[in-house]
Design a protein around this ligand. Structure first.
Ligand SMILES: Cc1cc2nc3c(=O)[nH]c(=O)nc-3n(C[C@H](O)[C@H](O)[C@H](O)COP(=O)(O)O)c2cc1C
Length: 140
């Protein structure tokens, strides 16, 4: 949390500039790490990215039920995060998550306000849910 220590500032420094402009207003910043080996066996975890995606989705769902918003960002420098947070070789900062309540802050520039407030457009399920073969819409 902002103010408790400098974690917020250090995560912010790991983000690419475009993300920094937006994320600096979020009260909570977190890093999403992939851990590429299993703790118990040391064997490679082929599902490491999947695990992070699932954990992030669960965070987003829980946050939404609490009327919070989560913005995931892959635009970060993993090497900078490795140094800033002593991340070992078998792990990698893969995403950052900005968490907070939705608001239009006076600190934000007009382009960001427009992006955040414009109506969402979602792809139709038939564009990516297939049956029989890749590309064949499942007839939902
Ligand atoms: C894994 C992942 C990485 C993302 N990386 C970025 C990013 O670096 N910068 C960014 O502005 N949006 C990024 N996005 C998109 C936003 O998090 C968000 O999904 C998008 O702005 C749509 O927001 P909405 O769900 O409110 O429509 C990423 C999304 C995901 C799932």
């Amino acid at each position: 949390m902002k103010g408790q220590d400098d974690t917020h500032a250090r995560i912010l420094e790991c983000l690419v500039e475009g993300n920094r402009a937006w994320a600096q207003n979020a009260p909570v910043l977190a890093l999403g790490l992939v851990v590429r080996t299993f703790t118990r066996t040391g064997e490679p975890n082929k599902a490491a990215e999947h695990d992070l995606g699932l954990a992030s989705a669960n965070i987003a769902t829980e946050a939404t039920t609490r009327k919070l918003f989560v913005h995931q960002m892959i635009g970060l420098d993993p090497d900078a995060a490795r140094i800033a947070f002593d991340i070992p070789d078998h792990a990698e900062a893969f995403t950052a998550l900005a968490i907070g309540y939705r608001e239009t802050s006076s600190h934000m520039n007009q382009a960001l306000i427009e992006r955040d407030t414009k109506p969402r457009e979602r792809r139709a399920l038939r564009e990516f849910v297939f049956t029989a073969r890749f590309g064949n819409p499942a007839g939902l």
